[in-house]
Design a protein around this ligand. Structure first.
Ligand SMILES: [Zn+2]
Length: 402
């Protein structure tokens, strides 16, 4: 049943929210130390806008030039704490001649705002700021709202990890991650493990292979073995209704030298990108791979060492969790139809907050699900405004419902 607590309708200043999104796109917030670009200018812009609303703003430098900006709206009475989350960094525009518009000029063509980060996720950042502002202007509410604009989502999520460890979000009991999901409400996200397998053998002359222990056959067998484990796990878990299958994908093989074809190398490495679904236990999967690789290496006369480079568990927020219900209801109020429940194929900063703080997270934001990181990335300005209104409605319900 829809909650009708939004008696005073929410008002979003369309021009201002669109202009903020455009100004953010013009900030070249690609983390590129060689070129000297980072999130600095985008963080300053967001901070200034938040301060102009009278919000209390905490700016924390996570790494040189890379600052998290976390605002807390004025609190009137005790209650729940809701957080909006978005990231300030964008991926590279790549070869800019491949774009039909300049990627950092924030060009408007009809209803479309073009540029790197338009959808992923400057549009979402502008929408969450003005959504929170619209909530505030609609009248006092119980509880607390935090608006988080963080750094390094596209890298190692250092901003989210720092924010989670800082204590600033300890009271949060629901988080809306404003990443572009094409109007789907996404309570689940895939998990990810990045693995590096180092195989050590013994170097030898190519004419006398018996004197060495090549790591190459071991690496080849490990790649083959990944396929078998993947097939078995896919069979055991089946496809997730929103996230599909799990995958164990070898993404890099490094061994030997093309210039030294008569040399058996002493060592080599295999990199694996593991994508899991809810129900897969990361620790036991890593243990299984580690002992299987060690056994393969032993039979080949080599040694294998498996390193976990990064570990992000899957997210599986229940569909009846308050934060999910509130977003679903707000979407329906705003658009007139129930949203599709979807899943995030990658990971988001929300993964870190669910992992480290057990915050129920839901991903829902303006922009197409598949447009991120592509050339001619765009978001429609109509969506940005609509999401700002939807965020305000969702927040009001989250904070006021019994
Ligand atoms: Zn993103």
């Amino acid at each position: 049943m829809l909650h009708q607590g939004t008696a005073r309708d929410v008002v979003v200043p369309e021009k201002e929210v669109i202009e903020l999104a455009r100004e953010l796109v013009r900030c070249r917030s690609v983390y590129d130390p060689e070129r000297g670009t980072d999130e600095r200018s985008a963080a300053r812009l967001v901070e200034d806008r938040m301060r102009s609303f009278g919000w209390s703003v905490e700016v924390t430098e996570v790494a040189p030039g890379r600052s998290n900006v976390i605002a807390t709206l004025p609190v009137h009475s005790p209650g729940r704490t809701l957080a909006f989350e978005g990231h300030l960094d964008v991926v590279t525009a790549g070869d800019e001649t491949g774009w039909s518009v300049s990627p950092f000029s924030a060009q408007l063509v009809g209803d479309r705002l073009y540029g790197r980060g338009a959808a992923d996720m400057k549009g979402g950042v502008a929408a969450m700021i003005y959504g929170a502002r619209a909530l505030e202007l609609a009248g006092p509410f119980p509880g607390s709202v935090k608006v988080c604009a963080l750094v390094d989502e596209e890298g190692m999520m250092a901003g989210a990890k720092h924010a989670a460890a800082s204590g600033a979000l300890d009271a949060v009991t629901g988080m809306i991650v404003c990443e572009p999901e094409g109007d789907e409400v996404c309570p689940s996200s895939k998990g990810a493990i990045r693995l590096r397998l180092e195989v050590t053998g013994a170097m030898a002359h190519g004419a006398m292979p018996k004197l060495g222990h090549s790591p190459l056959p071991t690496l080849a067998s490990c790649v083959e073995h990944l396929r078998r484990i993947e097939a078995r796990l896919q069979g055991a878990h089946g496809p997730h209704p929103q996230l599909g299958d799990l995958y164990l994908t070898p993404t890099a093989l490094v061994a030997g030298s093309a210039q030294q074809m008569n040399v058996i190398p002493a060592s080599g490495s295999l990199y694996v990108d593991v994508r899991t679904i809810p129900g897969v236990d990361h620790r036991s999967l890593v243990e299984e791979l580690s002992s299987a690789f060690a056994e393969i290496a032993r039979t080949e006369g080599t040694q294998a060492a498996l390193e976990v480079v990064d570990d992000r568990p899957p997210v599986d927020t229940p569909e009846d969790d308050r934060v999910v219900r509130c977003v679903v209801d707000a979407h329906e109020l705003e658009t007139g139809s129930r949203p599709t429940i979807g899943g995030v194929p990658g990971t988001t900063d929300g993964t870190i907050f669910t992992r480290d703080l057990r915050i129920p997270t839901v991903v829902y934001g303006p922009g197409g699900k598949w447009i991120a990181h592509q050339v001619d990335e765009f978001v429609t300005v109509g969506e940005i405004v609509r999401y700002a209104r939807t965020y305000a409605r969702a927040a009001r319900q989250f904070l006021t419902e019994r």
